[in-house]
Design a protein around this ligand. Structure first.
Ligand code: 13P
Length: 287
């Protein structure tokens, strides 16, 4: 069932668990994530960056693929297609193509401009029943070409953006896209607590889910985080499994070169990673 994230995150916030956003790159990724969500009876959010959208031949192709899979695989759990780190134009295009949820990342604009653009998009998204995520502060590192400064969010600015009527809010709290460096200071829980108090009951989003230790994930959830984004970790486990298959020479045995066989270990690796995250986030059985 294709839905916005509004209801699933309200339930998650009340139940003190988080729904995973897993970014998709192609058919294998999407199928692996949908099948795991169904097996785990967990709601799920499919994240699509603008780069991945282009790679998959446009947002319309993505929506058609996901809708086709939901029908063909008999997926009954709530599924959202969510634009990840959208530009203003990207958000407009994703809504036109049938995305059920969007993120507008106006964090690099001065706060007044972020407010003005977010307001326009909130009104448009809500008129179509689409949920919208905004960002304050900036997530460090790089997400598919979007580079963030790692600026920690100001709780007052978070309140200003939350009051615009967005459905979920991403705030920079020392989190980084991609792998965390050795000398990473960890999440800034002091700021997260202030943001949580200032914006309650707004569902908060934790980007950069790859490599955050379990205890920090649990603490973040206890402080109001109810959507956690994971991308790099599925890419790492997928490529390691496919590399192992090739290094063991399995592609050279019989029809081992058939792409359906070659990519199968990668698909299984994504499924295992997604299941592990759903367990950690507490979303299993919550569909
Ligand atoms: P990671 O790639 O670090 O898991 O972050 C994903 C993300 O936050 C997508 O917006």
């Amino acid at each position: 069932m294709l839905v916005s994230v509004t209801e699933m995150l309200k339930k998650a916030k009340a139940g003190k668990y988080a729904v995973g956003q897993f970014n998709i790159n192609n058919l294998e990724w999407t199928k692996a994530i949908l099948l795991t969500a169904e097996e785990c009876k967990s709601p799920v959010i499919l994240g699509v960056s603008e780069g991945a959208g282009k790679y998959m031949c446009g947002f319309k192709t993505v929506v058609n693929m996901v809708e086709g899979m939901i029908e063909c695989l008999g997926i009954t759990v709530p599924v959202a297609i969510h634009l990840d780190h959208g530009t203003y134009d990207g958000a407009m295009n994703a809504m036109k193509a049938g995305f059920s949820s969007i993120m507008f990342d106006g964090s690099h604009y001065p706060i007044d401009e972020n407010i003005q653009k977010t307001t326009e998009l909130v009104n448009l998204a809500h008129s179509k029943g689409i949920s919208i995520e905004a960002e304050v502060g900036a997530i460090g590192g790089e997400e598919d070409g979007v580079i963030g400064s790692g600026e920690v969010a100001d709780p007052n600015e978070c309140k200003m953006i939350a009051d615009l009527g967005v459905d979920l809010l991403a705030a920079g709290i020392g989190n980084i896209h991609g792998k965390y460096p050795e000398n990473w200071q960890g999440l800034n829980f002091e700021v997260l607590e202030k943001i949580s108090q200032a914006t309650d009951p707004m569902p908060l989003v934790l980007h950069g889910g790859t490599g955050i230790p379990e205890d920090m994930i649990k603490k973040a959830i206890s402080l109001g985080v109810c959507k956690i984004n994971v991308n790099t970790e599925c890419q790492i486990t997928f490529s390691a499994a496919v590399r192992k298959y090739i290094e063991e020479g399995k592609d050279l045995v019989g029809k081992g070169f058939d792409p359906r066989k070659l990519l199968a270990p990668g698909v299984e690796a994504i499924k295992a990673t997604v299941k592990e995250k759903m367990e950690l986030f507490g979303s299993i059985g919550k569909a």
